[in-house]
Design a protein around this ligand. Structure first.
Ligand SMILES: Nc1ncnc2c1ncn2[C@@H]1O[C@H](COP(=O)(O)OP(=O)(O)OP(=O)(O)O)[C@@H](O)[C@H]1O
Ligand SMILES: [Mg+2]
Ligand SMILES: [Zn+2]
Length: 506
């Protein structure tokens, strides 16, 4: 009778809890029994492991084999456990030393030939391996993700036999500890705000939005640069720090397309189409995968043509907008993914698009316009901090630019300073301030309070809108480097609430 243990990890949200793969050989008729994997996965895994061991030229023990993947109640995807299962069988049958297995963690799906195939979610796995102080064996094709974790010893493996040779100490595989040096400079052809002509007002508003992390709705006629500017928002946001970048990469690593090294430390920009399903947006699936809102974590979620989205789909965004995370419920467990995104939405002012356009006249009736806007629910609109008008440019503005627009880098410097002030004051960016913090950090004097109160009444704004105005004013004040919110800050913040008002044809 003999027992061997190999370590691996399951995938749960962006966490990777430890799984112990324990193999027990006992006399009896040849039979493999796997406990702790879903039924449908067991059969496939059993076949792959058996063929891989035989095709590697090793012995598949001919006795009773019991394999236990603990804890049993953890949801597990089959493929990644092939490698630790195979190794624990080989150790239990004394074909490789069993003590040394404990220094490592293993993941990889085996082909029948014994070759290793890539798995999803290597980065969250590798993070936890590193915390546990072990080394990691993963398929060669996953290696780049794992090398993002500094100090972790990662061993790229091509096939089962090669790993066995390494573990017996005969011909060690070289470990990759070095993060590729060119990683930071991979993405060179970035978009830039200097490509955007005119639109000074909209650019200023986006600078404010970037500085305070505020959500934005842009409204304007077709072809005025709304999409163009939204795509450039990440270029004026502060660069991600190491921890945030790892979190972003970890989420990407769990997604269908996997992590792309050229995006390392870039703020994500996601723009799901308006036909996207609720699952595509918030995440889901049998093994829950992150949705667009999680892929936009620490970055920008751009919803173009906002009124075209299914209202039910938009409603599911309300919760994550407030909480910064999303829970996906399955029959027997819940998975949580982070989803702290900055929402940027765009729309035309009316169905034909030309309501505010001085050059073309709008063909819509007031009813049509109101119906179009009513597709956006009040509660969602209330949760958007800033409304920005993006008017059509005069034809000369595009053709005869007199001054070169500011580059993203220059704008970003101001944003970084304004954010530093916020973090120093409240350990939070302004968009995230709660009601009590608003009282504490967005204090205004009596005269300003009277002014704001009168303006709110005149514009018919809601109580929620009142708080949003204060937070945006705080950010405008921070961009200016002032301590106290002044009337002109409030005035500008109020100018970003135009869509709260009712439509009238003028
Ligand atoms: N301010 C601008 N500066 C430079 N180019 C611009 C500007 N506005 C529009 N363009 C040009 O027009 C194209 C269309 O702009 P964009 O797609 O951003 O418009 P939009 O406002 O999103 O329109 P729609 O409402 O139809 O979605 C851009 O790709 C760009 O080439
Ligand atoms: Mg557009
Ligand atoms: Zn119209």
């Amino acid at each position: 009778m003999s027992i061997a243990i190999a370590y691996s990890r399951a995938s749960q949200g962006i966490h990777a809890p430890l799984v112990t793969v324990e193999t027990h050989l006992s006399p009896g008729l040849p039979k493999i029994n796997i406990v702790g994997l879903p039924e449908e996965e067991v059969k496939e895994s059993r076949e792959r492991v058996r063929s891989a061991i035989i095709n590697a030229g090793l012995n598949f023990p001919s006795c009773r084999i019991t394999i236990n993947l603990a804890p049993a109640d953890l949801p597990k995807e089959g493929g990644r456990f092939d490698l630790p299962i195979a190794l624990s069988i080989l150790a239990a049958s004394q074909q490789i030393p069993s003590e040394i297995l404990h220094e490592y963690e293993f993941a990889g799906e085996l082909a029948l030939s014994g070759e290793l195939r890539a798995i999803k979610g290597v980065l969250p796995f590798a993070l936890e391996t590193s915390k546990a102080g072990r080394h990691l064996f993963i398929p060669e094709s996953n290696i780049l993700e794992a090398t993002l974790i500094e100090k972790l010893k990662v061993y790229p493996a091509s096939d089962l036999l090669r790993i066995c040779v390494h573990l017996t100490g005969n011909d060690p595989i070289a470990c990759s500890v070095v993060r590729p040096a060119n990683l930071e400079t991979l993405n060179e052809d970035r978009v830039d705000f200097k490509d955007v002509a005119g639109q000074k007002h909209a650019k200023r508003a986006l600078e404010v939005a970037a500085a305070g992390g505020h959500s934005v709705l842009m409204a304007g006629p077709p072809g005025t640069g709304k999409t163009m500017m939204a795509m450039r928002l990440p270029t004026i946001l502060p660069q991600l720090d190491e921890d945030d970048a790892l979190e972003v990469a970890a989420i990407k690593s769990l997604s269908l397309n996997g992590f792309d090294a050229s995006e390392w430390r870039e703020r994500p920009f996601r723009s799901p189409h308006h036909t996207a399903s609720a699952v595509a947006l918030v995440g889901g699936g049998r093994t829950p995968r992150p949705g667009e809102i999680s892929l936009a974590h620490n970055g920008v979620l751009f919803l173009d043509e906002l009124p075209e989205y299914d209202r039910k789909v938009l409603e599911v965004l309300r919760e994550p907008i407030e909480s910064g995370r999303v829970m996906i419920s399955r029959a027997n467990h819940q998975t949580e993914f982070p989803a702290a995104f900055q929402l940027i939405a765009a729309m035309n002012p009316c169905p034909c698009g030309y309501l505010s356009d001085p050059k073309r006249s709008c063909q819509c009736t007031v009813e049509q316009i109101n119906r179009y806007r009513n597709k956006l629910s009040g509660p969602l609109m209330d949760r958007i901090d800033m409304h920005i008008e993006v008017p059509s440019l005069k034809s000369t503005e595009l053709s005869q630019q007199t001054e070169v627009p500011e580059s993203s880098e220059v704008i970003r410097e101001r944003v970084v300073l304004a954010r530093a002030r916020q973090l120093k004051r409240a350990k939070q960016i302004n968009a995230k301030l709660g009601t009590r913090q608003i009282k504490q950090f967005c204090h205004i004097e009596q005269t300003e309070r009277d002014f704001l109160q009168a303006a709110i009444e005149k514009l018919g704004l809601s109580a929620r809108a009142y708080h949003r105005v204060l937070k945006v004013a705080r950010t405008i004040c921070d961009l200016e480097g002032k301590e106290n919110i002044e009337k002109n800050h409030l005035f500008e913040a109020l100018s970003y609430r135009r869509l709260d008002r009712n439509v009238s044809h003028s």
